[in-house]
Design a protein around this ligand. Structure first.
Ligand code: ZN
Ligand code: ZN
Length: 579
């Protein structure tokens, strides 16, 4: 049952923390009204402060702290030594970026300003330049709502959680609300230090292939990890780290698999949806009773997963995406990351892991094009700078590790692109482009039996940063001609299933509501999966630097739609006459 652990130890850059797990169906959204109010107030505050630049999408971005997702911790235990013979020896100076002291598990808490790790200190500094003191902010709202004056920024670090939380000790003492956040913030603080503590991070040791007689359960993370042969997750902290690392591939796998927990009996899957998923599953799996093995791949079409608007997910190392393939041993996947912020490989010849993308304390100064031309000194320079605040429209993730077989696909797709045939089962293509610009290349081959779309927190319902209506009001992103406006109708026309995630009940609700107002979307789709919680969301709270009271969870919720297909409905009525 226990599978040979994969030798690769990785740290995926992680912000922090868990907390109570929301488990409310979105249709009766009951998220703490208070948290929603704070989220709203924070957005309002930012708009008033500096118009649209600060209008964070709040989309949690894994690439925000300085950790490189590709960074490997030196394995303290030699596993699969034969394979390591084939790995290039690393230059002596290639140490993990975090070369701070080793921390024991009882010494994980440090106020940000006193952290032994520069990136944590840098994050504290970032918060201090961005977050308003909540006590000042409250009095400002009441007293001079109409004035230009701004609340003071946070300077004082709460001794219990270590986060800069208030302008002064007096306001910290005065604030009875902080208690509500303090425990989660403390957890976040400790998680940050744990990731850098130098301990062996067993939760990042991913299992190899699944024996075909061993069924995988998708009931929840715990049984999933158990039935897939992960090392046991003994602590909540391990669960948080592991769920954050795996949320993207396993959210997809958990929705597509024949043993998915999203079913018609729990009303997450609609009758129309079950037909769409049955079509996909006929390609993903084998005939009942036949062994689900790699040999069964022969003759089956590739399953193409188009991940649109990809950011952090495009910078996940391929071996993490391989975990998706291992759920479907007889399927060949081709993942397409498509979006203006897709991470591209480093230029040929650069092998060292770089850190965060260029710091953008003045918003999006790092143009995507500038990154591939970085010289190694620039890369080193960047490694020294430590933290990109997670406030602005998140920057494009840093260039990804180059694999031996990585090749450029610019000629094929006409946009900056690469393709990696990573394993016989997994090919990955990344394109830095708006989907609308490359749709024509796929339009005539899209097949609901083998193709699907995944949009991770697309922010349909957020105001566009670029487009306004005739009255000068921001359009919603789902209606914006430069964002999702032209894209969603294209996806619906393909009749392929479109899966969407959101980072909180409010976020899911906002996106779902936007569907009903969007031109060429409203009335043109059918539900496949009804909006609700996602079993394989990250269990970590992502904390906003512009206001540490704002916390969300990556892929908290999931839903799916597809273009209305009157033909199929009519046909099915006809078939039901015979059935
Ligand atoms: Zn204050
Ligand atoms: Zn605190």
């Amino acid at each position: 049952m226990i599978k040979k652990p994969n030798a690769r130890l990785h740290v995926y850059d992680l912000l922090a923390v868990d907390g109570g797990r929301p488990s409310i169906h979105i249709v009766q959204v009951q998220q703490s009204a208070h948290v929603q109010t704070v989220e709203f107030a924070a957005t309002k505050f930012m708009i008033s402060r500096s118009s649209s630049r600060l209008l964070a999408t709040l989309r949690p971005c894994l690439k925000q702290c300085s950790y490189s997702p590709y960074q490997r911790y030196p394995s303290p235990v030699p596993v699969r030594p034969i394979f390591s013979l084939f790995q290039k020896s690393k230059p002596a100076d290639r140490k993990p970026q975090e070369t701070g002291p080793q921390l024991t598990q009882d010494n994980l808490f440090h106020p940000f300003s006193k952290s032994p790790f520069p990136p944590v200190r840098a994050r504290g500094e970032a918060v201090k330049t961005l977050a308003p003191c909540p006590v000042c902010a409250a009095s400002h709202n009441h007293v001079h709502a109409h004035t230009q004056s701004q609340p003071k920024l946070v300077r004082f670090e709460c001794p219990h959680c270590g986060w800069p939380s208030h302008c002064s000790e007096e306001h910290w003492k005065e604030d009875t609300e902080h208690e509500k956040y303090c425990r989660r913030l403390r957890e976040a603080n400790e998680d940050e230090h744990d990731l850098r503590s130098g301990r062996r991070l067993r939760e990042f040791e991913l299992p190899g292939t699944q024996g075909y007689e061993e069924a995988i359960s998708f009931a929840n993370w715990d049984v999933f990890w158990y039935t897939r042969g992960f090392p046991s997750m003994d602590t909540e902290r391990s669960r948080r780290h592991a769920s954050k690392l795996l949320t993207y591939p396993i959210t997809i796998g958990g929705a597509l698999h024949q043993h998915s927990g999203l079913t018609t009996s729990n009303q997450r899957l609609t009758p129309e949806g079950s037909r769409s998923l049955a079509a996909l599953r006929s390609t993903l799996h084998v005939e009942p009773g036949a062994p689900e093995t790699e040999e069964a791949t022969t003759g089956k079409p590739q399953v193409r997963i188009f991940i649109l608007g990809a950011r952090a997910e495009s910078s996940l190392p391929p071996h993490v995406w391989e975990q998706l393939c291992m759920l479907f041993p007889s399927t060949h996947f081709h993942l397409f990351f498509i979006g203006p912020q897709v991470s591209l490989p480093k230029p040929p010849g650069t092998t060292t892991a770089s850190s965060a993308s260029s710091p953008s304390t003045t918003a999006n100064t790092n143009t995507p094009e500038s990154q591939p031309q970085q010289t190694s000194t620039e890369v080193k320079e960047q490694e020294k700078r430590t933290y990109v605040p997670n406030v602005y429209q998140p920057p494009t993730p840093a260039p990804i590790e180059r694999h031996k077989r990585t090749r450029s696909s610019i000629e094929r797709y006409g946009v900056p692109a690469y393709t990696v045939p990573y394993t016989p089962q997994l090919t990955i293509t990344g394109m830095q482009a708006n989907y609308a610009d490359v749709h024509a290349q796929f339009q005539h081959t899209l097949d609901p039996y083998s193709d699907l779309f995944f949009l991770f927190s697309p922010g349909f319902g957020f105001p566009s940063l670029e487009s306004t209506d005739e009255n000068g009001e921001s359009l919603l992103q789902i209606a914006s001609p430069t964002e999702w406006g032209p894209v969603v109708p294209m996806l619906l026309a393909s009749k392929c299933t479109v899966f969407v995630t959101g980072f909180s009940p409010a976020d899911v609700e906002r996106d779902v509501r936007s569907l009903s107002t969007a031109p060429n979307v409203a009335g043109e789709f059918e539900w496949v999966i009804t909006p609700g919680p996602n079993t394989f969301g990250s269990e970590k709270w992502e904390i906003a630097d512009f206001d540490p009271r704002v916390m969300v969870k990556t892929n908290w919720g999931i839903w799916a739609i597809r273009g209305k297909s009157r033909d199929i409905q009519e046909k099915s009525k006809i078939f039901s006459l015979f059935g």
